[in-house]
Write a protein of this length. Structure first.
Length: 142
């Protein structure tokens, strides 16, 4: 999943310009750090400070239309049936991007203060973000 998402984001980024390219670059970098946690047993403590939200926040403040990345809604995909990604079918690109960044912001804010709490399953949260980035990459390249 991770390698495919990264390649798909990189391919889309090459076709993009300006603000879209900056956002996709930030997402691709965030995915690399999350992959380190999920696939290479790197501690989330070591990468949490590397997760970036600057481009997203800048674009949000400027009123960027995140749906301009892909005007069509997320397609119905049989591979999503019976998964936690199934409810994303038919939703707008912007909703998915906002969800990804909300979860990244949650990690950036909460993890440093609750990393030892059993209330949070941080590895599950990391995987869920990666899955959503994978879905975004698949959507953008469809």
């Amino acid at each position: 999943m991770a390698g495919g998402a990264s390649k798909a984001l990189a391919a889309w980024r090459k076709k993009s310009t300006g603000d879209s390219r900056a956002l996709l670059n930030e997402l691709e970098n965030n995915l690399r750090y999350l992959d380190l946690v999920a696939e290479d047993d790197v501690s989330l403590t070591d990468v949490v400070g590397e997760l970036q939200i600057l481009e997203f926040d800048r674009l949000l403040a400027e009123g960027f239309n995140f749906n301009s990345l892909k005007k069509k809604k997320i397609a119905t995909m049989p591979s999503l049936n019976s998964t936690k990604l199934e409810p994303w079918q038919g939703r707008e690109t912007q909703e998915l991007i906002f969800s990804i960044y909300k979860k990244i912001k949650d990690i950036r804010v909460k993890y440093p203060h609750t990393s030892t709490s059993t209330k949070y399953r941080w590895s599950v949260r990391v995987h869920n973000i990666r899955k959503r980035i994978w879905l975004l990459a698949k959507h953008l390249n469809s």
